[in-house]
Ligand binder design. Structure first.
Ligand code: SF4
Ligand code: SF4
Length: 234
């Protein structure tokens, strides 16, 4: 993960942790409902850490295939533990993109420019009336404002074409395609201190990564072999 992204994620995590502590708000145990929303957005650059981890785990091709077959925009990384999907967990929690890090413990500016909680309806239902009373109070100053955080994250990371907000599966698919290709064929990697990938300052000669290459190649070959159109490729 680039140093810029790492710092940006750490800053968001620190702010949400502070807002959680100051408010006393809690997610109901096991809840993962926010991950089932079809409106979760991310940028390609935010998904690079997630994509790299999937390549290193040999899961990139399988996840790409799940994205290709997905019938909705619900994140393919989500791992539901109940049939209705209301409970579950992120399958790649440490590498999750920026907006995911703000779920539940963040806010927005009112029409009058005042900070207010973007209260999660599921948290609200489960913890009423305590949360309702807390929502009547001004939010703590540490509460992150979603629009400000994602703007800072996205404007400081990556190239313009990597900063476009997309449905999370699409953003992850783009990052995965590039990272898988890079792992298979490229002799260049991103500089760990700079997230740009324009070839000028964001890349360094890649050290040999035989295991990574082998795993990525094997995963891609398996995906091709399993394709219904594989015969046409002969
Ligand atoms: S990346 Fe993780 S936290 Fe974000 S929507 Fe997907 S499952 Fe949820
Ligand atoms: S933010 Fe809301 S939907 Fe997401 S886990 Fe917490 S309570 Fe559930």
């Amino acid at each position: 993960m680039s140093a810029t992204l790492r710092k940006a994620f750490a800053r968001i995590d620190a702010k949400t942790a502070a807002a959680k502590a100051a408010s006393g708000f809690q997610c109901p145990p096991g809840c993962g409902k926010c991950c089932t929303s079809p409106f979760v957005e991310a940028t390609e650059i935010e998904c690079v850490p997630l994509a790299r981890a999937l390549v290193e785990q040999g899961r990139a091709s399988a996840v790409l295939e799940r994205i290709r077959l997905a019938e909705s925009n619900t994140c393919v990384i989500y791992e539901p533990t109940t049939p209705d999907g209301s409970k579950g967990q992120c399958g790649m929690y440490e590498q999750r993109p920026g907006l995911c890090r703000l779920f539940g413990f963040s806010g927005r500016k009112s029409d009058q420019g005042m900070p207010e909680w973007a209260a999660c309806s599921h948290m609200r239902e489960q913890t009423a009336p305590d949360m309702e009373a807390a929502l009547q109070e001004p939010p703590p100053a540490c509460m992150p404002i979603i629009a400000d955080e994602v703007f800072a994250l996205r404007s400081n990371s990556g190239r313009p074409d990597e900063q476009i907000p997309l449905p999370i599966n699409e953003a992850l698919g783009r990052a995965l395609s590039k990272e898988l290709t890079r792992a298979m064929y490229s002799s260049y990697v991103r500089d760990d201190d700079e997230e740009g990938s324009d070839g000028s300052s964001g890349r360094q000669p890649e050290a040999p990564q035989q295991n990574l290459y082998d795993r990525a190649y094997a995963a891609a070959a398996a995906a091709v072999a399993a394709s219904p159109n594989a015969d046409e490729l002969d």
